[in-house]
Design a protein around this ligand. Structure first.
Ligand SMILES: Cc1cc2nc3c(=O)[nH]c(=O)nc-3n(C[C@H](O)[C@H](O)[C@H](O)COP(=O)(O)OP(=O)(O)OC[C@H]3O[C@@H](n4cnc5c(N)ncnc54)[C@H](O)[C@@H]3O)c2cc1C
Length: 561
């Protein structure tokens, strides 16, 4: 019998990120993964800017950004009838080397496919003392007993059964989650939007065989609309063709080689490495856990990959849950702290699902595009018109949608101290305005010593004293000390950073979100500390409904199962 504080089921990106975060916080954990850890599919390419900020904290951002993809490779999105056909439109995007730094982040978006990203996470997790990764090990079931969860594990090589006991279990086991099923938690939303076939192939000579230039994505349009997208995986010879089908498509009927030839529109040697298929869905679990068991990543929400939000949302789950599990493990987390995980992250899951659906609509797969392949003046006009429309609407998904990735806010969470209505979401998802509004991601600014303000956050709560006349915070420090809450107090005199942070005192949580802010000391520092560590008296349920009723928070669609 293995005993461990946290058992993580699933060694995909979310389970690995949670293991890494827990290990980084000194919390021992065991990851059980039924596969062997090899990732052949390049499901995920788009590593979001918030994910890269978390990677920065874990010390792996440089590896994620510079894993070998050519730095001078432009990331244009090009709409074509085929690589050798007509170009309809283009969203020009610079190569990584030339991306201007964002004023609101020390990091940037990265192109890091899952066959590169997962091994980086796994390797980093493995180097944390206390983290164990066990491959070819499947969770068969579990039950809760007293203050423990007892898991039944099966060794997939020998067939041997054994058990593990944990204080907490987290199901990061993907959409078909055994953990969610065992908990009896339902998922609602749209269970099948359509089906797709992914073809991974190698074609070293393809770059020389067309005139569209290097680009991050080629969307292939036929008379039936956008029927496929072609993405360079490694910038040299590896490619992924994603073929969009209808909901009733039979993936077995797809002739992968013929579709690759159609997308290229010419004769080039290629070798198919893998053909896989997947279902586009938009579903969110009714709950993100029960008792000592939690769900994170695709086990809790699944969305169209349009805009690359699925894994990035799951990494956000892992970071929210990581510090809370560490807090209860270390004894300073209050009794309501873990309940705040669902209250904070489920609305974000719904928000990102809605944005992914909007991106899917913008993309317009298989929306007929009559005459687009006609070699006539009418065909030329149809191509120009469709190209303009696709380029302008898809820019919202592909042209650095900073607000989508950085702008989610936990206002209304019972462990956030509100001081007014939260900021509304802008129409244009590329526009992100940094704010210290409680619940929002604390702003980035460069400090005099070359660090980002974000580098101050992570292992503890951080109380920023901003400006030249910030009140002394001894009362807050004493209150934190009394319950063992780790607190670092940092004075920042720079007037620009003080202006950016809007208040003289700003309390930032370990996940980098603002918990409280004020120009004055709190009248009840113990009450403040109790609230932010989940020991306060506010009833979580009432706050949850407030959170979900926030303006700009679209409701879940009816169950269309
Ligand atoms: C074509 C495509 C493109 C995508 N592109 C992007 C993108 O660019 N950006 C983005 O953010 N997201 C993208 N996504 C979504 C992203 O791939 C998923 O959101 C992400 O993989 C979810 O990670 P996860 O760890 O939650 O689940 P998974 O990746 O599904 O991992 C779950 C793991 O759990 C294991 N497991 C399951 N059951 C058990 C069990 N009983 N015992 C032990 N192990 C178990 C599985 O073997 C698996 O390894 C894309 C998805 C697709 C299909």
């Amino acid at each position: 019998m293995t005993e461990v504080p946290v058992l993580i089921v699933g060694g995909g990106p979310v389970g690995l990120a949670l293991a890494l975060d827990l290990g980084w916080r000194g919390v021992p954990c065991l990851v059980v993964e039924q596969g062997d850890g090899e990732v052949v599919d390049a499901k995920m390419f788009a590593t979001g800017i918030r994910t890269v900020e978390f990677c920065r904290r874990w010390g792996i951002a440089e590896r994620v950004k510079h894993w070998g993809f050519p730095e001078d490779f432009p990331f244009d999105n090009v709409f074509v009838t085929s690589l050798n056909g007509h170009e309809l439109g283009r969203i020009a995007m610079p190569p990584m080397r030339d991306v201007a730094p964002f004023p609101s982040s020390p990091e940037r978006f990265a192109h890091c496919p899952q066959f590169v990203f997962d091994p980086i996470l796994a390797q980093a997790a493995r180097t944390q003392p206390g983290v164990t990764l066990r491959y070819r090990c499947r969770l068969a079931g579990f039950h809760e007993t007293g203050d423990r969860v007892v898991a039944n594990l099966v060794d997939e090589v020998t067939g041997a059964h054994d058990r593990a006991e944990a204080r907490y279990l987290v199901g990061c086991d993907g959409f078909a989650s055994t953990v969610r099923r065992e908990l009896g938690i339902e998922v609602h939303g749209i269970s099948i939007i359509n089906r797709s076939v992914n073809v991974m192939f190698s074609a070293p000579a393809l770059w020389e065989a067309h005139d569209k230039g290097k680009a991050g994505r080629y969307v292939i349009i036929g008379d039936e609309g956008a029927w496929a997208s072609l993405t360079p995986a490694d910038g040299t010879e590896l490619w992924r063709l994603m073929i969009h089908g209808e909901a009733d498509m039979d993936p077995e009927s797809v002739d992968a080689a013929q579709e690759v030839r159609r997308a290229i529109g010419g004769d080039v040697a290629f070798k198919i490495l893998k053909v896989g298929h997947w279902v586009r869905r938009r579903m969110v679990a009714d709950h993100y856990g029960r008792g000592r068991v939690f769900l994170a990543g695709d086990a809790a929400h699944v969305m169209p990959p349009n805009g690359g939000l699925g894994m990035n949302t799951g990494i956000g789950d892992a970071v929210d849950l990581g510090w809370k599990l560490a807090a209860v493990h270390q004894g300073w987390g209050g009794p309501h702290l873990l309940a705040s995980y669902e209250l904070e992250r489920r609305p974000v899951g719904i928000r990102q699902c809605d944005e992914a659906m909007r991106n899917f609509e913008r993309y317009g797969s298989r929306k007929p595009a009559p005459r687009v392949t006609d070699e006539t003046p009418a065909g030329e006009r149809a191509r120009a018109e469709l190209g303009r429309r696709l380029a302008s609407s898809n820019a919202l998904a592909w042209e650095n949608p900073l607000h989508t990735h950085l702008g989610y806010c936990y206002a209304g969470s019972p462990i956030i101290v509100p001081d007014g209505p939260p900021p509304p979401d802008p129409e244009d998802t590329r526009i992100y305005t940094q704010t210290s509004d409680p619940g929002c991601r604390a702003p980035h600014a460069w400090l005099g010593d070359g660090r980002s303000t974000l580098d101050l956050f992570g292992r503890a709560f951080t109380l920023l004293r901003l400006g030249s006349d910030a009140p002394k915070a001894d009362g807050i420090a004493s209150a934190a000390g009394r319950c063992g809450l780790p607190l670092e107090i940092v004075a920042i005199r720079d007037p620009e950073i003080a202006r950016l942070y809007e208040r003289k005192l700003v309390l930032v949580r370990p996940d980098g979100h603002v918990a409280w802010r004020s120009d004055q000391l709190p009248t009840d520092p113990d009450g403040l500390i109790d609230q932010v560590r989940g020991a306060g008296m506010r009833a979580p349920r009432a706050s949850a409904s407030r959170l979900e009723q926030r303006r700009n928070r679209p409701k879940m669609p009816a169950n269309t199962d």
